[in-house]
Design a protein around this ligand. Sequence first.
Ligand code: DON
Length: 315
Amino acid sequence: MQMHKEFDREKVQAVLDAIAGRMAGEADRGEVANYIPELAEVSLNQFGIAVAPLEGPPIIAGDAEVPFSIQSISKVFGLVVALQCVGATLWRRVGREPSGDPFNSIVQLEFERGKPRNPFINPGAIVVSDVILQNAENTKNQHPVLELCRTLAKDPTVSIDNAVYASEAATGERNRALAYFMLAEGNLEGDVTAVTESYFQQCSIAMSCSQLATATRFLAAVGEYGAADAVGMTVERARRVNALMMTCGCYDASGEVAFRVGLPCKSGVGGGIIAIAPGHGSIAAWCPGLDEKGNSVLALKALEEVARKLKWSVF
Ligand code: DON
């Protein structure tokens, strides 16, 4: 039996409308990611937000239906696929500790013999891509992470943005360096080019806030609220993905994000951030301008406000 917390759609709509209205006039919007040239072309003057309750359609405001590059948010979906493939044996190759370092840092890898701290920093996600390539069925027909995004968003039109993919692949030396380092340490099974291409493809998936909120609500449906097994997730596994998002989802800003938002979050350099409110629903916010840690300035502000106004917190 499902027992959902009371959900007031009108109140949530009013909160989102007020935030979207205010964000449209915000002058301090951060800067677009420019190390992936295609992302540097995206207009800063966009802001969208969506909340997906455990049941019913998402509630949206602003540019919530504009697709954007999900980038590192894809690391959550990748982790789910890898856990479906190999279960807890994944943790022999990837840790579960926050890194306290930038998402593309290489220094820790050398001290820790090629085992990435967690699945949400780039080297961790590259190991996850390796696991998926070696173990998922039908990797030739469709990218398994894209397939999961389509299933969870209930939308077969979700696609990879090929211009972003080409741009990432053309400038991906740092990620290839991370992969070669892990190969040298015996923590990569596949070919470096194949594994990193697969990683670039999943980062280049384009989704809107509305699609992302819908696709991540299974993580909010945990415990007594049931239904987390929709994609072969156990309740325990969903809780653990949430725990990793809370501790590692925003890199070296994860502590600050936990302090400000109080919900498990995962960011991407496309400017999107997702947040999970267990028992209530999932939130996706987007504005392409980033702070110095690679997290969207306005999306973070918006999530902080939603959590405060709706009194959603895991603490
Ligand atoms: O590999 C990269 O650097 C990008 N494709 C993804 C990085 C990212 O989104 C970090 N998130 N804030």
